[in-house]
Design a protein around this ligand. Sequence first.
Ligand code: ATP
Ligand code: MG
Length: 756
Amino acid sequence: MDYLEGLNPEQKAAVLQTKGPVMIIAGAGSGKTRVITFRVAHLIRNGVDSFNILVLTFTNKAAREMRERINKMVGPEAKNIWMGTFHSVFAKILRVEANKIGYPSNFTIYDTDDSKSVLRAILKEMQLDDKLYSVNSVLNRISAAKSSLVSPVDYQNNPQIQADDDSSKRPLLGKIYETYVQRCYRAGAMDFDDLLFKTNELLRDHPDVRNKYQHKFKYIMVDEYQDTNHSQYKIVKTLAAVSENICVVGDDAQSIYAFRGANIQNILNFEKDYPDLKIFKLEQNYRSTQNIVNVANSVIANNKEQLKKHVFSEKENGDKIKVMRAFSDNEEGKLVADAIMFQRSSNGLKWHDFAILYRTNAQSRSMEEALRKNGIPYKIYGGLSFYQRKEIKDLIAYFRLTFNPNDEEALKRVINYPKRGIGDTTVDRIIVAADKNSITPFEVIIEANRYVEKAPASLFAFAAMIQSFQVITKNQSAYEAALHIAQHSGLLKDLYEDKSVEGLNRYENIQELLNGIKEFSEREDIEEKGLDVFMQDVALLTNDDKDKDKDADTVSLMTIHSSKGLEFPQVHIVGLEENLFPSQMSLNSRSDLEEERRLFYVAITRAEYKLTISYATSRFKFGTLISCEPSRFLDEIDAKYLDLDFTAKPVSAGGSFDDERNAWSRKADTFSKPKAAAAAPVKTTSILAKAHVPSPGFKPSDTSNLQVGMQVEHERFGFGKVLTLEGNKPDVKATIFFKEIGQKQLLLKFAKLSII
Ligand code: ATP
Ligand code: MG
């Protein structure tokens, strides 16, 4: 079994345990994803039919990469494995089974914009206050209900759920939810949450279908299990009920989607669901240097709620974690760009060895600006997706309407684009007539004379055009049909005539989409390649799924949320400031703050060899310059792991920001690959920090005159005594013995201490 050589004994044991329920809850970088990859290869090598394997990943990208690796190990068999995100896998199954739950197999997938538009229309019809019933909050409530498998009827009949939703203030939430579901159904559309909700319904109500998939998926594996919600948990449980060959891997310390309904309880339930569960522990981190692993451990130890874990690295100690201070967000961008250029040239690295991670999308602006100024190529992951651009959505709306004329959102989008003299009043009349006669808007249009007052002739022409597209898509290849629709809808011409830079850009984007469809129609590895097949997954695609620049040598920019599961030799985490990271919203509850801390843990553990953290002391927010304080997370890192060399000079002592930067870039900052013989392992155990509630009126003191022996109170670590003070102002490090958690070294300038 040579192919299992690249595994340590625990990983190997987990791979070989192919029968029965298996759970691996282990720290970052310990090889969880690798175990899944090897497990699949092992199953196939041992005669399991690849069609019987289901692997659920968190992103399409992760699935693609895993498939490539398995392909290297077992060859083309890899292509038959069912592998992808929950949404993409179950959308595929729903297409096959749609008519069982009253949907057409060419149902549309509504994206968030579509859902909001449906809700906006409903709220307008019901004449509700759009502050009290804001579209975003209503959509969130509906999404939460669906993720917990609460139907509109359950919602309206369950006082507890209504109380949780504070529906005394918004008594019509249930009614809105019901109407929303009816509208989507009438349009032959499912939103993202429906893909899971309806799968549950399908499996629950149709024993034949349930049976079919329970026997089909003999081996099921789920990566990033800590971020599954109740709806996903239920699907997995149902599918695995017959074979019970189910393996889930995850890390509770990396659970970062509670705000979207992910439920850590799913990990705990797993033990209850399968009493004969085999649990495997992976403790060695193969990704990061010891310093990085130690910092990650020290940060997460501040969380009260966590499963105890032991994570260590046998790699070299590596560089300390560099902390950079900037005076503004733009300066921060410059610092990061300079650091990347310096590291790349002095260590012979590639641009793709670097990642910049931030808490919020808005932070990418200052980073992008600095990278562009320096000619550094970069790619933003998970930003506004290519498929979310207006022109792309317009053309896709024509495709959607062609395959599903009941798709109301697509209809509204293009009925008068390009302009053809069908005004808003006419559109409103069509919708009203559809509601009144319980038919779809497209059916109204076809017989407009009967239903709509003063129906313009262009309405008939529009209906005839869509019907002609339906014929074309049946007879021509995906590419020919798409091109025909782009031309005959008038969309291509409209964009072509706009000679502004943006217009040109939009035209090029349409060309790019058409090229993508062309490539799709020429693919040899799939049989069905009509435009309808291309369209099926399009709503689920993100920016990262465009293969075009997959191998490009670029710096990666992304939010921490989208960096899950990834790794980079050098990582910059930017914007470590109070109210940004942790975010302002998270400061009201312990559990929200702990989720932010887990997010920080995820960010730290993406780095292989070098980690740099930065913060700005001022930043533009909503158009005004505000001053910022360093994040509390900085003071949670044991100072012995930090390198503050170049941030050390206080501005007040005459050092300028430029001096700091020059001093820093002159420093020969060596970056070395791991040495063959690693030093003895430093094993670190996480200490569970007990919750400390600060005394009433707790206020951080000025610590510039702190003396050894003084008694202090720390905001979270509690009461303690100063043992030693080292270093020069303003980078004085204090070693303090805290009653509750023991000895800790803190940087005074970050520490929130009150002298008592
Ligand atoms: P995360 O929690 O971040 O998702 P993970 O537990 O899934 O991490 P992997 O991504 O599977 O970890 O592994 C981390 C890195 O360590 C990868 O580069 C992987 O190839 C490497 N690795 C894991 N196990 C071994 C091993 N036994 N020998 C060599 N390299 C390994
Ligand atoms: Mg992983």
